[in-house]
Design a protein around this ligand. Structure first.
Ligand code: FES
Length: 148
């Protein structure tokens, strides 16, 4: 809680800083813990339902704990037709989880998204924001090894 309080104080407990405060908490913990939302609501003087609305509206925020490395695989049309589903299957097989899940060791979270804005590089995935394009199923294991 002390780290959360430090972040809130850094922004002068200003209600207008709700989004930057939540962004910094998200960055620090990789998700928004429930007690953080309570503290933000109380200290910024923003109703809890409003804090929740913002926290659930933006994709950048998560209310669930995530792994150290968040993998996002694009399933948009341009990537889908270039084998993105097989990329997801390979990641599920190698990590031992299904999409939407986090590995038991909290190392990886696997997500699918609709477009990563790099359609020409499809199929594309990101790991903590780093792009990997022109993916092939047989390259996935080597990429994952860099993070294990
Ligand atoms: S459809 Fe995959 S990056 Fe746009």
């Amino acid at each position: 809680m002390s780290r959360i309080n430090e972040i809130i104080v850094k922004y002068d407990s200003s209600p207008s800083c709700l989004i930057p405060v939540l962004q910094e908490i998200q960055k620090e913990f990789n998700y928004l813990p429930e007690e953080a939302l309570d503290a933000v609501s109380e200290k910024l003087g923003v109703p809890l339902n409003q804090v929740f609305s913002v926290a659930t509206f933006y994709n950048a925020f998560s209310l669930d704990p995530k792994g150290k490395f968040v993998i996002q695989v694009c399933m948009g049309t341009a990537c889908h037709v270039r084998n993105a589903p097989k990329i997801v299957s390979e990641l599920e097989r190698l990590i031992g989880i299904n999409k939407g899940e986090t590995s038991a060791d909290n190392l990886f979270t696997l997500e699918t998204v609709n477009c990563l804005g790099a359609c020409a590089l499809g199929p594309v995935m990101t790991i903590n924001g780093k792009y990997f394009g022109h993916l092939e199923v047989n390259k996935i294991e080597t990429i994952l090894r860099e993070y294990q």
